[in-house]
Design a protein around this ligand. Sequence first.
Ligand SMILES: [Cu+2]
Length: 304
Amino acid sequence: MKPVSYLAFSILLAGAVALPLSLTGCGPKKGADKTDKPDGGTEKTTGGTDGKKTAIPAGTASIKGRVVLSGEMPDYKPREAILKHKECAGCVLPQALEKDFGDYSKYMDADQEWIVGSDKGVANVVVRLKIPDGKYFAPADADKTRTANVVLDQPCCAFYPHVLVLYPAYFDGKALVKTGQKLLVKNSSEKFIHNTKIEGNPLKDNQKNYQIQPKGENLVELTPNDADIKVRCDVHPMMSARFFVYDHPYAMATKEDGAFKLENLPVDTPLTVEFWHEAKGMFKTETISLKAGDSKELSITLSK
Ligand SMILES: [Cu+2]
């Protein structure tokens, strides 16, 4: 972990360096200005001191399924802004890095809003439980810690993944308790400096702006937040990502197979499952009720 003084210095440096570089221009911003509020957010529980919330205990049920595109597949070609960039070769994914990103490498230079796998699975769909008013989700013991960091990389002029779900803390009825999960921001590109500008809710300390040298990385702590968190790189305006930071474990983002699974779900109580996509906002909700041990399958379709 970087010492605090280094982080503060990085923020100043990022501000000072990113602005002049951004003036060189890399093409228009695209598709990153929507402001959907994540209704499954945590504003009701992150206050943490009113003591009036009722716990919904974890259970032994699960849901799983796939989000599948109905209609035509997206046409993948390199983004205009990348092709027009004066250092285009650094903007596209270097061949040497393709192996690190597997099947996803073929989408890396394309517009990131619609990523659909070959079997029509839709990536970057957030699947989450809505927190009922006046309540909070008390996680299972297995969900009280998260030992692996969530990684956000910038191997070219794209953030990977494009949509991230984080679970850095849970609510115990009185206060937020850290799970241990942090965000590791990497820049695995060959030569480009990127900065990572996290635009969260200013009241909840998710504003960050780090400059990261090639092959460098930063460890970032986030707090659960009801804001719609956007991530940008000031050096390359065609880069964007979205974060959802929750105080419960019942949320995830799909990969290009479109598959999702949520486990240890509460039982014998109505649950609302929400589905969000960057281009569509919250496009579907399902209300379900599960019994102990249930494994419910949901099939979700999405059209452009
Ligand atoms: Cu960049």
